[in-house]
Design a protein around this ligand. Structure first.
Ligand code: FMN
Length: 159
């Protein structure tokens, strides 16, 4: 199968949209990610797939923890900000309101929910790596509609 066919097929799998964040020695970084999946309940674990060509990949090599902020339907612009490749920045995520979580990873303000994970494994997966983390903290920030990604574009819940 060719790449475009695969993309159009897997694009029919609707997902939420998150920002995966890291803090490596005070250098903060965020990346928009929908390849995020709950992995295990015992222990509590989730995984994120990270492109080897991304700055996030480089950050993940040195990171001990990462954050996941689940975006709301009105945070499309924030998703676009973190879908652009940007170098990590000393002490901040420029232009986006955030705070540091219990483990030190940045968390996006006004997201629907935050999770904080301690990295337990990095597994090779083709041109990505699978980063597995123990979920050690998190909170529902507010009620609201999620931002969705479907068919290669943003979408919202119907009704
Ligand atoms: C909706 C959406 C979902 C994405 N999901 C992922 C993902 O799960 N993993 C990934 O590596 N890149 C994903 N990307 C692409 C990255 O956000 C993009 O390559 C980004 O520029 C990487 O930034 P960085 O190089 O600063 O880390 C996604 C982009 C969008 C718009």
């Amino acid at each position: 199968m060719d790449r475009d066919t695969y993309r159009s097929l897997i694009g029919r799998f609707a997902t939420g949209v998150t920002v995966v964040t890291t803090n490596v020695g005070g250098r903060l970084h965020g990346m928009t990610a929908n390849a995020v999946c709950s992995l295990s309940l015992d222990p509590l674990q989730l995984l994120v797939c990270v492109d080897r060509g991304s700055n996030c990949y480089i950050q993940m090599q040195g990171a001990e923890v990462f954050g996941v902020s689940i975006l709301s339907a009105d945070q499309e612009e924030i998703s676009n900000v973190f879908a652009r490749s940007t170098e990590p920045t000393e002490g901040s995520l420029p232009g986006v309101e955030h705070r540091l979580g219990r483990l030190g990873a940045p968390l996006i303000e006004n997201a629907l929910a935050h999770l904080e994970c301690r990295i337990t494994e990095r597994i090779s997966g083709g041109d990505h790596i699978i980063v597995i983390g123990d979920v050690v903290a998190g909170e529902v920030v507010r009620d609201g509609e999620p931002l969705l990604f479907y068919g290669g574009r943003y979408a919202r819940l119907a009704g």
